[in-house]
Design a protein around this ligand. Structure first.
Ligand SMILES: [Ca+2]
Ligand SMILES: [Ca+2]
Length: 70
């Protein structure tokens, strides 16, 4: 990847995290996919979650999110 700056990644995370709890759940990602493009950076959301959710709890924390884009 590497197409987004740190600030853009933070903005994107905050945009997806609609309830502002610092975790992007699958539900929030799905919601984001509904209201925006169905893909995130050219990836299907399910693939994104699989790739970014390193501990496999189906939630993408800001740490997981930023290291995915780093
Ligand atoms: Ca959230
Ligand atoms: Ca996780």
């Amino acid at each position: 990847m590497g197409e987004l700056t740190d600030a853009e990644v933070k903005d994107l995370f905050a945009e997806i995290d609609t309830d502002g709890d610092g975790v992007n759940r699958l539900r929030e990602l799905r919601e984001y996919g509904r209201t925006h493009d169905t893909t995130l950076q050219g990836m299907k959301l399910a693939d994104f979650v699989r790739g970014a959710d390193t501990d496999g709890d189906r939630r993408v924390t800001s740490d997981e999110f930023t290291s995915f884009f780093a």
